[in-house]
Write a protein that binds this ligand. Sequence first.
Ligand code: SF4
Length: 338
Amino acid sequence: MTEAPQKENGEARRVVLRVQDLAKHFPVRDGLFGRVSGHVYAVDGVSFSIHEGETLGVVGESGCGKSTLGKTVLRLLEPTAGQIVLRGEDITRTPERHLRAQRREMQMIFQDPYASLNPRMRCGDIVGEPLAIHGLASGQEKDDQVTSLFERVGLRVDQKKRYPHQLSGGQRQRLGIARALALKPSLIIADEPVSALDVSVQAQVINLLKDLQRDYNLAYLFVSHNLAVVEHISHRIAVMYLGKVVELADKRALFASPLHPYTEALLSAVPVADPRVKKERIILRGDVPSPMNPPSGCAFHTRCPHVKDICRVETPPLREVTAGHFAACHLREPAASN
Ligand code: SF4
C-alpha cells in the first residue's frame, strides 16, 4: 500500500513513522509442557505512515488489536513480522540495548496515567526523571525545564511537590503528557488517553494535545474506541477489525462516505448533535470472532450485511478506491490508475 505524500503550504511533510506489513501474533500454550496450540493474531499485516504534524487515529472495537499495534510500534512488544521505520531508520530488529536514541523520539501516553506514574515520586521528579536518565539535564537546568513543562501543559508550578494521588484525573493526564514531552519526541503514541476522564476534561486534554502538536510539529498515533474523539483530533483515520486495517482515509472522506460495511456500522452508532438529522443505526449480528481463530476470507464476513460467496474464501486486500481512501472489501473496485 502506498500513500500520497502530505503537503502543507506546498511543502511536502516528512514521514515520521512508516509501518509495513506489521504483525504481532501471541502463541497460546497449553498442557504440561507448554506446547503451542495456536496463536492470537492480534495485529496481522498492518501498513501505514504518519507525517510530521499529523494525527492518525486508530479505531475499532475492544480486542481489535489497536492497543497491541501501538505497543508493537514502540517495541514494547516484539513484532512477529513486518517493518517499523522511524525517521528513515529501520528499528524493527534493533536490539533493546541500542533502542535508547529511538525511545527519545517515540513516547507514549497511557489511558490510566495513575498506573504508569510512580506513586512514591513527587510529580516534579516524575517529569524530570527522563531528562536525568538520558543525561539531558541536571540540577537547576533540569528544574527549570520541568517548571516550563508544567506550565506548558497547564499544571501549577507548586504541584511539582505533590504526589500523583493528590492530583485529579485530568491533572494526572497532563502530568503524563509533560513527562512524554520532556525528551522532545517527534512521535507520541496515545492509547485511549481520555477514555477514563469526564467529558468536560476530555475536551481540555484533547485541545491541549492539538496545541502541542501545532507548537512542536508532533506526529500522533491516537488509539481510541471512541469515534467522536478520534474525529475531533485526527487528520486521517484507520479502522481496525480483528488485527487488520479495513479502511484508511482522510477523516472527512471517511465520515462523509465510508467504503467498508464495518465502518458504516461504527459510524451509524455515533450520536449526531442536530436533532433534524435522522440516522439509521446498523446493528451488527453476533460478537467479534476470536482473534485466535479468525474467520476465513474476509474476517468480517460472519457479521457483514452484504456478504457474498467470495467473501468466505478470499481475503480482500486493502486497496486505494479513491485518491487516498483505502478499503479492504470485495464490493469496492480499486481506483482505475492502480
Ligand atoms: Fe462484507 Fe464481503 Fe466486503 Fe467483507 S468483503 S466487508 S464480507 S462485502
